[in-house]
Design a binder for this molecule. Sequence first.
Ligand SMILES: [Fe+2]
Ligand SMILES: [Fe+2]
Length: 236
Amino acid sequence: MTSDPDWTVGSTLPPPVVASLQRFQVGESGDGAGLITLADAAGDPNYARAVRFFVAEEQNHARLLAELLRAGGHPTVSSHWSDRIFVRCRRALGLRCEMLVLSTAELVALRYYGALAESSDALLREVSTRILEDEVHHVRFQRDRLSDGFARTPSFLRTVAGFLWQAFAVAVVVVVAVDHGPALRAVGTTRGVFIVECCRLVADFRIGVFGCGVDSALRRLRRSAEVEPTSPASHR
Ligand SMILES: [Fe+2]
Ligand SMILES: [Fe+2]
């Protein structure tokens, strides 16, 4: 395992970044018990094992953020309204719903930690870069599992589910941008840029999971146009 950053160098975090990190730290610190229970019930031991690794990595993110705050002389907080709403949404339906809500958080986290990784504070940059590396893998993990999970859903329902999820995810992105706007500004980005970049990630994720929409239809058309003329079987 990679050793921890050198916390003794300290950190000088602007107040909006401190408040923002405290909220993200709460979000990263769940015990994952609900998700693990649902994953166990899915009957796939490899997946259940992967989910445990995933939860452990999220808990490590919470620990890194807590250490970072401590290095700057700031406390953690025990709860925040955004986290309470997020947990309620996740538990509203079964495993797929939980994963879709979680994926929204992962996509937001990609841009959030990406923005913090550009900060002028060395310790904040290091912690954000480490977390970002994990989040990239988490997004792929969720995308692949969800894509398999929706593979047998009829195309029309998949399309509807995809756009409903996208609408939910865009709403979450806007709420996060409003709530964390001062922190984003403090590290050199804006709410507008954050929203646009998150929405791009959300749209790509929807296509990756639900395989629907104009883009994927065009991709399918392009693929068939490429395959047909060169397929020897088609000329026999
Ligand atoms: Fe995380
Ligand atoms: Fe994650």
